[in-house]
Write a new protein. Structure first.
Length: 655
């Protein structure tokens, strides 16, 4: 860990919420201050009150927080509840005919499902899973396109107490294999394929390939949703079952299985700074409380809203703010199968206009892409239904923030710039739209009850205006419980002894300005943030070195206007350094290789070939030097310790 982190961004503009927005908001400035004071006075009691107020319990808990085995904290541990019951059953009784999901397919076809209809589909699928012998505690890997079926599958698992692990549909067969093996999944739920941008993309063949790689003997069933209607699909009668056959004739009611609050709801794999992906394990009760509270506070969600989070269910944003949070609040939401560029660059704006979206939540990567596709396009559509905008995945630069605010929101919609992680489960630092003055590029202040701080390398608070390590000082209900099967890695990763072993280390550098606003400054470890997706450099390096042509590889990130960070790979081949057309041919081969090994999102944007890598005489790769080269910066660092300074000029040539 470096001792200091310099903050170079200074932003003094403040945009206050309008009087009209403040008047209707769930949280006023006074409400926010009152909740913060309540959490300061009785931290565990505060969260206990919220859990009782916001969730339906089968068995009430008697203790909110158990810190006896820190950092393996437990929340509401002697209580029982069911996540699917909280998302569906209680609304079926009160708002059965309210639209739960408006699904717009890639080709523009729109399907709407009510809370009653969604409940019945979930129950039928849950009954089908029970027929297969799936029960509480079993793991189910879900590898589906963005669809109502993805939500049904997740909710059905929760309903019977099975633990789901969703894999993003753009990931490779190897990624599927690794996650099945690590989780010990008994069940895989997939589709024949998906539609994206007018193209058909296969899914089940990747599952078949992943299973064939070995280590997946735990899998007993593969349920396949027919999305493409593909002919000639490979089929294993011992494993494979069509979704429609599984649910045929199943009852439309299935009692929700009460589970302990600490029962794992899901495992979601995220990249780590080592080669092995880590399975982030989330609880049922605490996670659900975070989802509901943040929906109400951050998004100010109302019965009249049409909420649209553009994230895929394969990421944590799609878990918390598609599959669970909106449904637990009884909201109406939009789900979209396709991409913002198909069939034209107007697609997002057309969806907002067509479905009268009121809350729009997307990533800075998407915002930058939309600006590039046509900065004036939003003005050609009726976006007057919008009342709140959100940003997620990485810090949003002030210029993109201003375009979003003015061109999309008509200078009337607050922007909730949310900081959180797979591990945190829900928003941690974000504006409360009726209570917070906004600074472009700042995630502003912690949610009520979240004790965020910025510390130096010894764990001591830094003064305002100084950079440091972002930490959370107290446990919170929605937090990661452990890394699946590796509690020691959990402890070392998030509660390092260097900081005293009691502070949650987020892995981000941050700064608080003189007004107390938080500014996120980027990762402090070797994890890249590409289009809002966290990618471990070690994973990409391992994939490159697995190619028979490659002797050695080092991967760093460099700033990228579109994706936030881009992957830059420095590669040493087992043969002479290639040049010209030969270099381009091999670079393409290596990009495709990484795409197959990990997924298209991890493909290096730059590949630079060298006779070797810049190393100290002790053999350590000088990654800081590589970062400077990747950014095309003049090298000001001391290179006298380099074993091979002559190769620096080679590595400056990008392909």
């Amino acid at each position: 860990m470096s001792k200091t982190i310099e903050s170079v961004l200074h932003e003094n503009r403040v945009f206050e919420p309008s009087a009209a927005f403040q008047a209707q908001a769930h949280l006023s400035r006074e409400d926010y201050a009152r909740l913060v004071a309540e959490s300061d006075a009785d931290y565990a009691g505060y969260w206990g009150r919220l859990a009782r107020d916001l969730l339906a319990w089968d068995k009430p808990f008697t203790q909110a927080l158990d810190e006896s085995k820190a950092p393996f904290y437990k929340w509401f541990a002697d209580g029982k509840l069911n996540a699917s019951y909280n998302c569906l059953d209680r609304h079926v009784r009160t708002i059965p005919n309210r639209t739960a999901i408006i699904f717009e397919a890639d080709d523009g076809t729109v399907t709407k499902v009510t809370y009653r209809g969604l409940y019945e589909r979930v129950c039928q699928f849950a009954n089908g899973l029970k027929k297969l012998g799936i029960r509480k505690g079993d793991r189910a890997l879900i590898y589906l396109p963005m669809s109502i079926e993805a939500v049904v599958a997740m909710q059905a698992c929760a309903r019977i107490g099975a633990i789901h692990s969703v894999v993003f549909g753009g990931f490779s067969a190897k990624s599927v294999n690794e996650r099945i093996a690590d989780a010990g999944a008994r069940l895989v739920i997939t589709a024949d394929g998906q539609f994206r941008g007018g193209k058909q993309l296969a899914l089940k063949p990747a599952v078949d390939e992943g299973l064939a790689m070995g280590g997946c003997d735990s899998v007993e069933h593969v349920v396949v949703y027919r999305r493409l209607g593909s002919a000639g699909l490979a089929w294993n009668d011992k494993l494979d079952t069509w979704w429609h056959d599984l649910v045929a004739g199943q009852p439309v009611d299935c009692p929700a299985e009460p589970v302990e609050a600490e029962h794992p709801l899901f495992i979601l794999y995220t990249s780590g700074s080592t080669g092995k992906p880590k399975g982030v394990q989330h609880s049922t009760g605490g996670y659900l409380l975070g989802a509901v509270a943040s929906m109400k506070w951050t998004f100010d969600v109302k019965d009249s809203d049409v909420f649209w989070c553009t994230a895929d269910v394969g990421w944590v944003t799609g878990h918390t703010y598609v599959a669970y949070g909106p449904l637990a609040c009884g909201a109406t939401q939009v789900m979209f199968e396709g991409v913002p560029t198909y069939p034209s660059a107007n697609r997002f704006w057309e969806i907002i206009q067509r479905h009268k979206v009121t809350i729009f939540y997307t990533a800075p990567t998407a915002i930058r892409s939309l600006i590039k596709l046509g900065a004036d396009l939003p003005k050609q559509h009726d976006l007057s239904s919008l009342r709140l905008l959100g940003s997620v995945g990485e810090p949003i630069n002030p210029e993109a923030w201003m375009w979003y605010y003015q061109s999309v929101g008509g200078s009337r919609c607050p922007i909730v710039d949310t900081w959180w992680q797979t591990e945190t489960g829900c928003h941690m630092i974000s504006p409360m739209p009726g209570a917070t003055g906004l600074k472009p590029g700042s995630c502003t202040f912690p949610l009520p009850g979240i004790k965020a701080a910025i510390v130096d390398e010894t764990g001591h608070d830094v003064e305002l205006g100084k950079g440091g390590f972002l930490v959370i000082k107290r446990p919170w209900p929605a937090m990661i419980r452990t890394i699946w099967g590796d509690p020691e890695r959990f402890r070392k990763s998030y509660y390092p002894e260097e900081l005293g072993g009691t502070l949650y280390l987020a892995g981000d550098g941050a700064n608080r300005d003189l007004d107390g606003y938080f500014w996120i400054m980027g990762r402090i470890d070797d994890v890249l943030n590409v289009s809002g997706h966290r990618l471990g450099t070690m994973e990409i390096e391992s994939a490159l070195v697995a190619n028979p042509l490659v002797a050695e590889a080092a991967v760093v990130g460099r700033p990228d206007e579109m994706t936030g960070e881009a992957v830059c790979a420095f590669v040493v081949l087992k043969r002479a350094r290639p040049e010209g057309a030969d270099a381009e041919k091999i670079a393409k081969e290596l990009r495709d290789w990484v795409g197959k090994e990990i997924g298209a999102i991890a493909k290096p944007k730059d590949i630079r070939f060298g006779d070797n890598l810049p190393k100290t005489r002790s053999g350590k790769i000088m990654r800081r030097l590589l970062r400077s080269i990747a950014k095309d910066e003049d090298i000001k660092q001391d290179t006298s310790t380099l074993e091979n300074p002559a190769i620096l000029d080679q590595l400056k040539q990008s392909i």
